[in-house]
Write a protein that binds this ligand. Sequence first.
Ligand code: AMX
Length: 434
Amino acid sequence: MSKLKQKLAEKIPSYRERVTKLMKEYGDVVVDQVHIRQFYGGMRGLKCLTTDISYLDPNEGIRFRGYTIPEVLEKLPKPKGAEMPYVEGHFFLLLTGEIPTQEDIQDVVDEFKARNRVPHYVYDLLREMPRDTHPMTMFSAAILAMQRESVFVKRYNEGLSKMDYWDPYYEDALNLLAKLPEIAAYIYRMKYKADTPIASNPELDFGANFAHMMGIDHPYDEVARLYFILHSDHESGNVSAHTTHLVASALSDPYYALSAGMNGLAGPLHGLANQEVLRWIQHVMDKMGGKLPSKEELKKFVWDTLNSGQVIPGYGHAVLRKTDPRYTAQREFALKHLPDDEIFQLVSMLYEVVPPILMEHGKAKNPWPNVDAHSGVIQWHYGVREYDFYTVMFGVGRAIGVLSNIVWDRAVGQAIERPKSLTTDMLEKVAGIK
Ligand code: AMX
């Protein structure tokens, strides 16, 4: 058994005890109330989900297993001479709650290497799809196609005890994760680089191997590691995490669940926003004949977008009420590595211009930028200019978090999700209108 799985197996019993105690002795304690606005308002703010893997504070932003983003970037071990930590180490942290040693990380690196062979039929499937298919559709279809490999399904059909569900879920999660960088890079090179895929290099870590398969030199390996870590998890109520959790709650295996989560990530209000940001910026640059707008001109573009009833992509958030620390981490990287990049300068100008306008506009509860306002510019700088592809990279990162979550869902025996719905008539009666 790998050290990672061993560690998980040691941790699970005490969590089960805590959950059993809460359920048995405190099951009737009231945590929150439901308001009518939440029935139509996307259940915003309703406290009804649980995860120990990350927690999103509205002002401080995300903490992964209790650590802020700067702490994670500082504390996790890094490949020799690298600026950004191992993605494998971040996965270890999310699953176990512990900062790994170099030895722990090597164990995960070896685990991924042993599982990274992508079945040939995935390539056949991708190649059969029309080339103008959105890369998120390709990515999700590739994940779903591999469902026949599920260890969970096999073991479940053999008659598995509920207590052991987490074990084959873990196997599926690792088998999947190990293959995602190669699938993503294959889609990219097939679709946008004249069908010239680059073979995986087993000597490289998760992030560096992705950069290698994309065909982009250092420091893109640092970008890949930073990007996958930042996008990994954002507690469990966001669309991709919640969808993955919901589908897995029916004991659909991790392939079904992750593919479903990716379909949610593909929406413009969620993961696709990073693509929308670059599209919006390109539109501004085109209108300006390729040069940077002045602040006044940029303000006008922002107002024009709002006045035409559209949102400013990359700004606002359902939970956050301050600048997203994932934005800040990418901004710090850009300030160090690409301070003179024109698109970065425009992104920086937007940071000055948009928040006061959104405040004056008076609708968005959070006028500050989220992660997606910055993700595209760094990719653009290193030559990944096919912005349709950005959400796929978000998806590789998000898989790390949501798969860790569903392994723990099974470990603590989360039930099939089934909230109750009411009719409009019933709500009107509750409101006292009828
Ligand atoms: N530009 C213009 N209007 C905005 C806005 C923005 N960036 N963000 C919110 N608003 C508007 C909403 O559309 C809503 O208008 P309505 O009352 O006419 O329907 C109003 O402000 C109140 O919305 P809210 O409570 O502040 O936000 P929300 O929780 O309903 O939605 C989000 C959150 C992210 C979907 C929204 O801010 C948005 O559409 N932002 C732009 C898209 C984006 O960047 N998405 C990525 C989010 C991060 C991620 O998941 N990857």
